[in-house]
Design a protein around this ligand. Structure first.
Ligand SMILES: Nc1ncnc2c1ncn2[C@@H]1O[C@H](COP(=O)(O)OP(=O)(O)OP(=O)(O)O)[C@@H](O)[C@H]1O
Ligand SMILES: [Mg+2]
Length: 341
């Protein structure tokens, strides 16, 4: 059995260099990596990155195992590798390249996410701490001020609690996104119960709902609790951003064929008569914590997680979300589900 045959069986890109940096062996995974077979070339010319060359040099001259970060930019962006140089007899070295890109991407996402959460929680916490100080000090003997501050404090605490609830439900939805729902669910009945739940909010905002299609059954394969959560989020948004005294239009219809799902589908439209959304923002609305108008949404108790939850629930149901909006006229959030049970 030759060394070549063994290295061919290794899925990682592997090179063997002799003492003057000449590459004496390159497996086919390394051919994929460098875009050519680099056998016979000089390692310095192939690697061309100071950190990588240092690691190789240390390995060749001192017989030490060493590693370095190695970056290759290709068509699909930069790929980050851990280059390991392992000493072999006769002052030679075996180099292997482990792809770290995915790992680093998810690390970066996790860092962003934690930073976002910390930032979002810090704002209400700072304000709570400020009010506690005021209640102990300047407002000590002022019952009116105390009453006012306590109300704001309650509001902030509720905001934090809502955010924690939303984060938990987001992670739950993410966890079972891969598991297809099994139950038969009637979308009309889901929407009727969502509207009933929101009766208080609707009448407080002076908003009415027009939903002429809810008498007919519209069956899909789904998870009833999640579908309720989905439409609660969309309707709450339509109430919040649709404007007081306006109408929310809900429509359900069958599509013979949805071009994206490539099959028959059931579409639910939630249309409001609000200010609408600048097209610039539309592609980003389903990102966690994304709000068009930070201050306004925050004042209304929004954390920017609602549509992220919606997106995951839609994905789990193998459906799609379509957002159309015209400024000054209103927005329409459409959910398109595969028509099957
Ligand atoms: N019907 C709508 N009309 C106008 N803008 C909307 C509408 N729905 C959502 N948006 C915009 O999209 C943003 C994100 O919505 P999302 O539901 O994710 O967060 P939120 O409502 O701010 O907070 P949360 O839902 O977590 O309480 C909102 O802040 C708002 O700017
Ligand atoms: Mg919302």
């Amino acid at each position: 059995m030759t060394v070549e045959a063994v290295l061919e069986a290794v899925p990682l890109p592997v090179l063997i260099l002799n003492s003057d940096h000449r590459i004496t062996l390159a497996n086919s995974a390394s051919t994929d990596l460098f875009g050519r077979n680099v056998t016979g070339e000089n390692g310095v010319g192939v690697l061309r990155q100071a950190a990588a060359l240092d690691a190789v040099e240390r390995c060749l001259t001192e017989g030490q195992q060493s590693s370095a970060r190695f970056v290759l930019s290709g068509q699909s962006g930069a790929h980050i590798f851990t280059l390991r140089a392992h000493p072999l007899p006769d002052h030679r070295a075996l180099l292997s390249f482990e792809d770290r890109s995915q790992h680093e991407d998810s690390e970066a996402m996790r860092r962003d996410f934690v930073a976002n959460i910390s930032h979002e929680l810090r704002t209400p916490l700072t304000s709570l701490m400020g009010f506690i100080e005021t209640l102990r000090g300047p407002a000590r003997d002022d019952p009116d001020a105390q009453e006012r501050f306590l109300e704001i404090m309650e509001h902030e605490a509720q905001r934090m609690s809502r955010m924690v609830t939303d984060l938990l439900s987001l992670s739950r939805v993410e966890v079972d996104e891969r598991i297809r729902p099994r139950d038969q669910v009637d979308l009309s009945s889901v929407l009727r119960s969502v509207i009933a739940t929101l009766e208080g909010k609707l009448s407080d905002a002076g908003v009415t709902v027009s939903a002429p299609d809810l008498d007919a059954r519209a069956l899909i394969r789904g998870d009833r609790d999640q579908l309720i959560q989905l439409f609660l989020n969309l309707l709450e948004n339509a109430i919040k951003y649709g404007g007081a005294g306006k109408v929310i239009h809900i429509a359900i219809r069958r599509l013979e064929r949805d071009p994206t799902l490539r099959q028959a589908a059931i579409q639910v439209d939630i249309r409001d008569e609000g200010e609408g959304i600048d097209p610039l923002h539309i592609p980003r609305l389903t990102e966690r914590f994304y709000r068009v108008d930070d201050h306004r949404s925050r004042d209304m108790g929004g954390t920017g997680l609602g549509l992220a939850i919606v997106k995951h629930i839609v994905n789990r149901h193998r459906g799609r979300l379509k957002i159309a909006s015209e400024q000054g006229v209103g927005s329409c959030f459409s959910i398109i589900f595969p028509d099957e049970v």
